[in-house]
Design a binder for this molecule. Sequence first.
Ligand code: SAM
Ligand code: SF4
Length: 339
Amino acid sequence: MQLTEQIMGKPRLYDNHGREINYLRLAVTDRCNLRCFYCMPEEGIEYVDKDDLMTYEEMIRLSVVLAGMGIDKVRITGGEPFVRKDMISFLEALSRIQGLQRINITTNGTLTAGMVPRLKQIGIHSVNLSLDSLDKERFFRITRRDVFDQVMQTLEELLDERMEVKVNAVVMDGKNTEDLLPLAELARHKKLGVRFIEEMPFNGSGAAPTGLPWDHRRILAFLQEHYPGLEKIPDPPFSTSQNYRIPGFEGTIGIIAAYSRTFCGSCNRLRITPQGTLKTCLYDGGVFNVRDLLRNGASDLQLRDAFAAALSHRAKDGFEAEERRLGNPVSESMSTIGG
Ligand code: SAM
Ligand code: SF4
């Protein structure tokens, strides 16, 4: 099967299942200033050595190569992207890459208050803000840090600057289900998306929680009970969320079946971890290390071949990818992957 082709002068990249791949999630650090309990244990995780993190130059080089293969959208994530020094200069460099049409960021919003106009000026298209509770105490219990006000200030600035904003909330039994309605209410008068995410076992604790009390069906049923007018709206191409509208609301509601994995059939993503591991699925154990190739002097052609080879045996879905990990079950921290 042909994995790359040119259509109307634009390169296109496909996997072995015929899915177009045009989206890179680039985790720029595994470090974080919060300790969200679904992502990291209280004592934190063992961070990779600084020298093992990809440098900005390396990330720019591989973004250029991937943009030449058909990647036109990049999401910067982490860890917390803004704990990395000179993040703004890196974003500026990224914004100059030809072919990258959208640069998005996922952040906890604790370090970005005051920075939003600059992000807009650089051309950042949208920001996903993690916010699991609108109650300061519960926010503290979830994140283990007292930074609720900073996050709310970032949210206000994003809305003031009219940037595209999605609020991401992981739904956790016994931790924040009281927040489902207040979070949904954010979309009543604000033009933003509120997305409820199933909790996944990427908690860095070495143990996967059993069962998922709040799966996408239960989240939907709960919202329908409180908002009988909730109606399905068309999902954008490659969307991981099922999207809904509540009559009279300015914003939208989304539900992401991240653990049930109902969206793998149209997955258009590649992931690169902070130390350069390429993942063709969130649930896989990593395919090869792109940083090592770069540091061993790989040419652009060799890099392209390595990406194409990785996509030629991509798992069909997250369940197959997880099975292929054999004796290495999912339990690493999401901050080492980027979500
Ligand atoms: N630190 C940034 C943040 O929190 O937005 C970016 C990195 S964080 C790993 C990316 C996304 O992954 C966040 O929206 C976070 O809520 C989500 N996430 C982390 N651990 C998760 C888990 N175990 N289950 C579901 N989502 C998770
Ligand atoms: Fe940090 Fe984001 Fe993980 Fe929370 S979810 S601990 S903010 S990386």
